[in-house]
Write a protein that binds this ligand. Sequence first.
Ligand SMILES: [Zn+2]
Length: 94
Amino acid sequence: MCRQCGDIVQHRLGDDEARRSANGHFVAPTIARTEIIKPRPAAPPAAGAPAPKLAPKIVKARNMSPRAQQLRAMAAHNHRMRGRAIKKQQQRDG
Ligand SMILES: [Zn+2]
């Protein structure tokens, strides 16, 4: 078929000579079906090979509810207090 005007151009089987469509366009003979078929996709990775890291990184949205913020504040406070307690103990011992 002509790509420019869509005219059907008959090519004889085994004829690799280009023909002209009704409007004079140059039309190459239809390619053999085996040449049109897409090549097979790459073989999957062998068993045991590490899987490719394709999963997108999911960033969890921060919970901004008052309760969640209070819990975070308490955790931060405890963290600071623990750090101070360790420091005090080290000063006393050392
Ligand atoms: Zn044409």
